[in-house]
Design a protein. Structure first.
Length: 1178
């Protein structure tokens, strides 16, 4: 546990004295909307897919085939929601002094006179304008690049202007809290319909002067993988205070897709959730016989009111440590509301009253004037009669303190009977009792001590009452110096402002996130007012494109409007709003929702309960500041088609994953555990989702293969999800390659390789798996993430010649191990290129002298003069070497200590007497195990001379001299290709000291040869020795005899291997003979073929496929009917691995052809021709 640091008085002075001091200094930006930057993307980071647009809405507003409604599971065509969008409204005083309503809309509003947009529009600097997508965390090409000077809101970073090449994350630079995150910024400046100038520094600016940052997030963690989060962060970028504002969310349901309008949406005010259901649970054809499920929107985060003096969200009692630190008695200074607080009361002259300053919201404690008079509160003059005034609670929602108690718009239904969403209990909330202060006191907004200069500390600030994410103060005291002191950019190690200074650094007043757990990055630091209005209307009741602002405001955005209808037979729009609240210049407020979808239950109520459980997980993620357990990083998968097989290989980036959330809650952030491989024939991956939970709902996918770390973490994870547990594998070890042979040629397959972690048991978090990202457009176009591949195995082309190794040789050295080479991806092979494999070794002193071990290997492309692999240390048994230029090297290294290989050691002539080849030994002396091979070559007398040497042994007590002698042999170190020195002990009586290597069958002692070699330091060392014997052979060695002296040893620096690759190719001669194998499948074609893809069109039969197989790489196919008329001409060009042409069974005029007999003619220039027939049967 790390002790949290309390803020000092100095900190309170360093950060601006109040939020109002900050906003008065606000300088409007030059961010403006641009219709030319409209973009859309499909969020598909988990099981939900939907199109999001960078002007504030998502779904498919006009039913266009290019876009996707909220679909679950993704790529199934099963639709639940048509549209979700946000509206921003306010009551302001225009340039003429009139009070008007302005409402910003996200789409569909134009100036009829000019055709220009009056809608929210995207701001430049947040996408790469050359790309067609919104900026997304998992696609770097979508980010603004150096040409755009990086991210527009980060160009003021003095250390890294624009964060070029880094993700502009919700919590900071390159912080990927979610598995998929989208980010854009919109502006309302083009809405110039009203005579209102929100920004005095730019009179041309329209709208309300608002900017809206939007982030859409998805996690693949199983607890939240059916949920999408959308966070709308709205900033008053103008110069005028907006005193009365309201945000609204509109959802247009389409539960079940096309069909009878029988949707039944409803809003549960207690849980702040909209539920979207279908009356009969029957949907479009995409649902088949499966019942339609339930969708929901939970309003996680609503704007806060930091000026009304009330604990709107009721969280002060959740922080008893804060209450215990305040000055004064909490029951007096910040009491709970009672029923008496909402009774009318009579104010008499001399009674204490509270007035509110209009800009600072400071409270001034004064008295009711004797004899009556005029007072001013919030800029409004009120005449108080001499006889007194009867006042009641503020029931008008007018943003004013009607009863002079310093509280604004207190309401019995919201504050006396406040509903705690988590506990579902009703409790009164606390408020600041301004009437407890003395006459003459001035109380700053959110403070509980008098004085305009009161310091920001936990004694003076109200505990979680009127808290704000714009005040530079850690309201809930959860900032941790050990974990959170990372600086303004939100990431540790950049050395930016505030990092490591021991104080919370807020991002308020900047475009930077600031440190965790303060202001922008802490959801609890807002006094959320919750849902204040919920209205449902028939789709035809209002034209949202032409409705005036006043209608939006009156019908949907005014607090207290509750109009929830259930009109069966009518499609409904559901509007939920939150207001009123003030928005000062520079301030931000949020509106955030989570969309969750469930299905598979036996009844509609089952699905409702299921979606409620999912939304509870969304609530937990929100309360953790939109953080949740993250999946490992996504691998990059490559699929190589073959004849009857598919080879998959992928990188190891997932093994470098770091989960910040798990680290923060005390777990191991390096939690990668393994890989899973899935194979399906449909892009929705439903084929693999076969593992059901305790209620029979398909929950988990079953892999065709799994590889996990050998770390003892295996079997079923103890944390279940509705009774089903994640299988962590069998400790079978990691691999990055898999060959699938359980396939059918011609069938289209989708493969996904996911990485998973081992979860965190203390926090009841099951394993998290990387998402499978596939996006199928209605025209059949498919895009997918890096860990997904689409492949169609097929026979190779006619005349195919496979990849080969032209030669492979052990060029130098004598390692005892073996080297293998296996072609994995023939498309990557560089034909004609030569390679060299080399090694580095290291040596240490063992009990028997120097011990040599392999340190690393390198692989060089000699043809291109560059290293493919440099000093890789993967040389242990079982290590999987990286895939390089289409092939993978395999090393089978010698693992035992250096030793003589007695099988390969011996004479070239078996008639010569045998010998012993051993490490040098003389009395107490032992030689070094030098890992080299040798040749002892016998020749004529005097071909070499031994070295004059004196051997000193028994710790220097004894000496033995061996004089130099002309001998009839020499010794070559074959591994180093050099002749070595040696000592010759010429002992046998037969030789009589004549310098010949020999032995006397009847006498002893025998001759001995002692090897002398220099080690790496240059010192001369004894290594090996040879002593003849008569165990085998019939004579002494003679000229022409050569002994091979072989040592078992690992790969050493002296070892090199060379080889040359031949790329795949074709032979025209072979292709001619292979033409006989060309055929049509299926033949006959009866109604359909097994490999035809799912119909993605909204009507019609869908795609058909007839395959011509074993074709040459280039040829022309002509198809005729029996009358001889040309029906279709196909120009076939393919890779060498794919000898298949696919015909969609349409004529050249794009008409469906009739059933019957057809003739085909194949013409391949330089190869030949082939004809045949096939039949099509209805």
């Amino acid at each position: 546990m790390h002790k949290k640091l309390s803020l000092s008085l100095l900190f309170g002075l360093i950060f601006l004295s109040s939020v109002h001091a900050q906003v008065i200094e606000h300088k409007p930006s030059d961010f403006r909307g641009d219709v030319n930057l409209r973009r859309y993307s499909n969020i598909d980071g988990n099981n939900i897919r939907a199109t999001i647009f960078n002007s504030g809405y998502s779904g498919n507003p006009n039913g266009q085939p290019t876009y996707v409604n909220y679909e679950w599971p993704k790529n199934t065509g099963r639709i639940y929601i048509a549209l979700i969008c946000i509206y921003l409204g306010a009551e302001v005083v225009d340039n003429k002094g009139d009070t008007i309503i302005i409402v910003d809309v996200p789409l569909g509003r134009t100036n009829n006179a000019t055709g220009t947009s009056w809608s929210l529009e995207p701001v430049s600097g947040f996408i790469d304008p050359q790309q067609t997508e919104i900026a997304r965390s998992d696609r770097k090409s979508s980010w603004p690049n150096a040409v755009q000077k990086g991210w527009r809101d980060k160009r003021t970073d003095p250390i890294d202007p624009g964060w070029v090449g880094s993700w502009d994350g919700f919590f900071g630079k390159n912080i990927f809290n979610a598995d998929q995150e989208f980010y854009y910024v919109t502006s309302d400046d083009l809405y110039k319909r009203n005579p209102y100038t929100p920004d005095t520094t730019d009179p041309s600016r329209g709208g309300l002067g608002l900017l809206m940052d939007v982030r859409t997030l998805a996690w693949s963690q199983i607890l939240v993988n059916d949920i999408v989060f959308s966070i709308h962060d709205i900033k008053n970028d103008g110069t005028k205070t907006i005193k009365k504002m309201s945000f609204a969310m509109r959802v247009s349901d389409w539960v079940g897709g096309e069909g009878a309008p029988d949707d039944l949406p409803y809003v549960d005010l207690l849980s702040a959730t909209t539920f979207l259901t279908d009356n009969d649970r029957r949907g479009s054809a995409a649902f088949g016989s499966d019942p339609v499920g339930v969708a929901s929107l939970k309003y996680l985060e609503t704007p806060g009111n930091q000026v009304n003096g009330i604990d709107d969200d009721g969280d002060s009692d959740d922080n008893p440590n804060l209450i215990g630190q305040i000055s004064g008695n909490p029951d007096t200074v910040v009491p709970h509301f009672t029923a008496a607080d909402f009774s009318s009361r009579m104010l008499h002259p001399g009674d204490k009253i509270v007035l509110i300053e209009p800009e600072t919201y400071n409270r001034i404690i004064t008295t009711y004037p004797v004899g009556g008079g005029t007072v001013t509160s919030l800029g409004k003059k009120i005449v108080l009669p001499a006889a007194g005034l009867l006042v009641a609670e503020d029931t008008l929602d007018n943003g004013f303190d009607d009863d002079f108690d310093g509280l604004i718009d207190e309401k019995q239904s919201l504050h006396l009977t406040h509903i705690n969403e988590l506990t579902q209990t009703t409790n009164p909330v606390r408020y600041i009792n301004y009437l407890s202060f003395a006459v003459g006191d001035t109380i700053k907004r959110g403070f509980i001590v008098p004085g305009k200069n009161a310091a920001w500390n936990y004694q003076n600030v109200a505990p979680s009452i009127d808290e704000s994410r714009d005040d530079g103060f850690d309201n809930d005291q959860d900032w941790d110096a050990f974990l959170d002191d990372v600086g303004l950019d939100g990431v540790r190690g950049t050395g930016d402002q505030g990092e490591g200074d021991g104080k919370p650094t807020s991002g308020v007043g900047t475009e930077f996130p600031g440190e965790p757990n303060i202001d922008k990055t802490d959801v609890s630091e807002t006094d959320a007012i919750g849902i204040t209005s919920a209205v449902q209307i028939a789709e035809s009741a209002i034209n949202t494109n032409t409705a005036p602002d006043q209608s939006y405001w009156n019908i949907f955005m005014t607090p207290g409007k509750i109009n929830l209808i259930r009109l069966l037979g009518s499609e409904l729009h559901t509007w939920v709003s939150s207001g009123y609240f003030p928005l000062l210049p520079g301030q931000r407020q949020r509106m955030a929702v989570s969309v969750a979808i469930s299905a598979g239950g036996n009844t509609k109520e089952d699905d409702i309960q299921s979606v409620i459980k999912k939304q509870k997980q969304a609530e937990l993620a929100y309360r953790a500041d939109y953080q949740f357990a993250q999946a490992p990083l996504q691998v990059t998968l490559t699929a190589v088609p073959g004849d009857g097989k598919v080879t998959l290989y992928w990188d190891d980036i997932a093994e470098k994953s770091y989960d910040r959330f798990i680290s923060k809650i005390g777990g191991n952030p390096r939690d990668f555990e393994g890989y899973r491989i899935y194979r399906v024939t449909d892009a929705a991956f439903l084929d693999a989702k076969t593992i059901t939970d305790a209620y029979g709902v398909r929950t988990l996918m079953h892999p065709i293969a799994e590889f996990d770390l050998k770390d003892g973490i295996k079997g079923l994870h103890p944390i279940d999800i509705n009774g089903v547990k994640f299988d962590l594998g069998t400790d079978n070890g990691l691999k990055h390659e898999y060959v699938d042979t359980n396939i059918i040629n011609g069938q289209r397959y989708f493969y996904a390789v996911t990485a998973y972690d081992f979860g965190y048991i203390p926090a009841l978090i099951p394993p998290t798996e990387t998402p499978i990202q596939v996006n199928v457009a209605t025209d059949g176009t498919i895009t997918y993430g890096t860990n997904v591949a689409m492949v169609r195995p097929a026979a190779t082309v006619a005349g195919y010649l496979p990849t080969e190794v032209e030669y492979f040789e052990h060029a130098t050295g004598g390692a005892s191990g073996s080297v293998g080479l296996r072609v994995v991806d023939p498309f990557k092979i560089k034909g004609g290129n030569e390679y060299e494999l080399s090694f580095k070794d290291s040596v240490y002193q063992g009990t028997q002298g120097s011990v040599f071990v392999t340190k690393s290997y390198s692989l060089k492309n000699l043809t291109e003069d560059r290293f493919v692999v440099t000093e890789d240390t993967l040389i242990r048994p079982g290590d999987e070497l990286p895939l390089t230029e289409g092939f993978r090297i395999g090393l089978n290294n010698y693992q035992l200590p250096v030793a003589v290989n007695n099988i390969r050691t011996g004479w070239n002539n078996p008639d010569a007497y045998s010998f012993d080849f051993t490490v040098f030994a003389y009395s107490d002396l032992k030689g070094d195990l030098n890992p080299s091979d040798y040749k002892l070559i016998v020749g004529s007398d005097g071909i070499a001379t031994s070295k004059d040497t004196t051997i000193v042994y028994l710790s220097g007590l004894r000496r033995k001299r061996f004089p130099a002698k002309a001998v009839n042999f020499k010794i070559i170190n074959v591994s180093q290709n050099k002749e070595i020195e040696f000592v010759f002990s010429d002992n046998d009586s037969l030789g009589s000291g004549n310098g010949r290597l020999s032995t006397d069958p009847a006498g002893t002692p025998v001759d001995a040869v002692y090897f002398l070699e220099r080690d790496k330091s240059g010192s001369l060392k004894y290594t090996w020795m040879v002593t003849p014997n008569i165990k085998r052979g019939t004579r002494n060695p003679q000229a022409g005899d050569t002994a091979s002296l072989i040592v078992d040893k690992p790969f050493l620096s002296s070892d090199t291997y060379r080889f040359k690759m031949i790329a795949m190719n074709t032979s025209a001669v072979k292709a001619k003979s292979d033409l006989d194998k060309t055929r049509v499948v299926p033949n006959p074609y009866v109604a359909a073929s097994p490999w035809e893809p799912r119909n993605t069109f909204t009507s019609g039969r869908g795609p058909r496929e007839i395959h011509f197989i074993n074709l040459p790489a280039a040829c022309t196919i002509r198809i005729f009917n029996v009358s001889g008329a040309l029906v279709k001409k196909i120009d076939h060009q393919s890779t060498l691995m794919d000898g298949t042409a696919i015909w969609n069974v349409l004529s050249d005029e794009n008409f469906e052809i009739a059933y019957g007999i057809y003739v085909y003619h194949i013409e391949a220039p330089g190869i030949g021709q082939k004809t045949g027939t096939f039949a099509i049967i209805k």
